[in-house]
Design a protein around this ligand. Structure first.
Ligand code: UD1
Ligand code: CA
Length: 431
């Protein structure tokens, strides 16, 4: 039987270089905090693999975020940040009688994938290791802990940049900060760590040497995709990570049969699925969970904000924003519209500049509207939720719809057009 897996996520550090009032791990990519990406990658390993997140700086806010979004995650407080080894030690009471494998990872590496974590655990199990450290190769390894191997190619220890001499700094194999350990065997290390190093910290990396000294089997799992462990320390890093995430997903979508006219300017959250032969035009931004069916045209300059379903053959054109909208087949929302909190049938045409007024800023309530199949909404109309427009009904341009409209009806709510004959001529003559 496969061993149970738990994870410890280190997220107590300050993130000084972010220069932010907000804890680093709550900074977002595609509207999701860095920590959320990590916790979800872990949860997908098995159904909701339990994570223990070590919190410290900004603990109440981080805890609130986790409680609200991930009920299966536990947190534990590291009151003082005395180092990565000390951080892991805070999880000892929670894992008191746990006997499976523990993955350790950081909360600021949002690109880590479930696949890689799974491969790490598999490698660890198949090779009957007691401690496996994930490593990668960097042309510029500056800042990372270097992997020290002996003549038999075994990993004997890790030396931090700040503790390294010039020869060691030449080593390109680095510690990714992701580990898998046989908890029952290795947990004792955390009660024996010392802080006799340049930074005066309890280094997690010292468990490597500890494990060897105690005759445990230590292995290195080399992950060739070094992007995956890209860590966020600054706003520049944050921007770069978002770019890596979107580049990676754009590539995957194109391989799957989606046309992306300009991958450089197109941001699509990896939580959105898009079917074949859909074309995404430049400067489109898609965040959150959405499904877009085949043969659609999206953009240019469309903004899809999450919880949207776009049916086959739809057109979502320029300067259109969608949020929580379920749109059936062959419907067009071609220009300058906001469609939020709506259920829209098939073959609906939404004219330019249509707005769904879904939000009451006093009651803070959001309401849904429904447009049935074949409805036509004239340009510059406002659909004030909650309303229902029956199939094939026609709303005249510039109407403000506040009541339900029956199927096949024409609804018009604008002042009738007046015409004053010769008004211009008369004005000029008066002058
Ligand atoms: C660490 C590793 C280094 C590795 C690198 C990979 C150690 C000693 N070094 O270095 O070998 O190459 O990660 O990114 O482990 N944290 C806490 N409590 C603390 C200290 C840190 O929770 O007391 C958290 C931080 O919030 C962060 C993570 O641990 O998420 C890593 O800490 P950081 O200080 O960034 O370690 P590095 O110097 O990057
Ligand atoms: Ca770091």
């Amino acid at each position: 039987m496969e061993k149970e897996v738990r994870a410890i996520v280190l997220a107590a550090g300050k993130g000084t270089r972010m220069k932010s009032a907000k804890p680093k791990v709550l900074h977002e990519i595609f509207n999701k905090p860095l920590l959320g990406w990590v916790v979800e990658a872990i949860a997908r390993l098995h159904t909701k693999t339990q994570s223990i997140v070590i919190i410290g700086h900004g603990a109440p806010t981080v805890e609130e975020y986790l409680n609200k979004n991930y009920k299966y995650v536990k947190t534990t407080l590291q009151k003082e940040q005395l180092g990565t080894g000390h951080a892991v030690a805070q999880a000892l009471p929670l894992l008191h009688d746990f006997r499976g494998n523990v993955i350790i990872t950081c909360g600021d590496t949002p690109l880590i994938s479930t696949k890689t974590l799974r491969n790490l655990v598999r490698y660890h199990n198949e090779n009957a290791a007691d401690l496996t450290v994930m490593t990668t190769l960097f042309d510029n390894p500056y800042g990372y802990g270097r992997i020290i191997r002996n003549t038999k190619d075994e990993i004997i220890k890790i030396i931090e940049e700040k503790d390294a001499n010039d020869t060691i700094k030449e080593i390109k194999e680095v510690n990714t900060g992701v580990y898998c350990l046989d908890w029952a065997k290795i947990r004792k290390a955390f009660t024996e760590l010392k802080n006799n190093n340049v930074q005066g910290e309890y280094y997690l990396t010292d468990i490597i040497k500890w494990a060897r000294d105690n005759a445990y089997k230590v292995l290195g799992f080399v992950n060739k995709d070094s992007d995956e462990i890209y860590g966020i320390n600054s706003r520049q890093n944050l921007a770069h990570a978002a770019k890596l995430m979107k580049d990676r997903y754009n590539k995957q979508l194109m391989e799957h049969g989606v046309t992306i006219v300009d991958p450089e300017s197109t941001y699509i959250s990896p939580e959105t699925t898009i079917d074949i032969d859909t074309t995404i035009y430049p400067n489109t931004y898609i965040e959150g969970k959405n499904t877009i069916a085949k043969n659609c045209k999206i953009g240019p300059m469309a903004h899809i904000r999450g919880n949207c379903e776009v049916g086959e053959g739809c057109k979502i054109g320029n300067f259109v924003e969608l949020k929580n909208a379920k749109i059936a087949k062959n419907t067009n929302v071609c220009h300058l519209s906001y469609v939020g909190d709506a259920i829209i049938g098939s073959k609906v045409n939404i004219g330019a500049g249509t707005i769904f007024a879904n939000y009451n800023s006093i009651t803070k309530e959001k309401k849904m509207s429904t447009l049935h199949d074949g409805v036509s909404i004239g340009s510059n109309s406002v659909i004030v939720a909650p309303v229902e427009v029956g199939s094939e009904a026609f709303v005249a341009a510039s109407s403000c719809i506040t009541k339900d409209v029956e199927s096949q009806s024409l609804a018009m709510s604008r002042s009738p057009q007046k015409e004053m004959k010769n008004w211009v001529k008369n004005m000029k003559e008066k002058k």
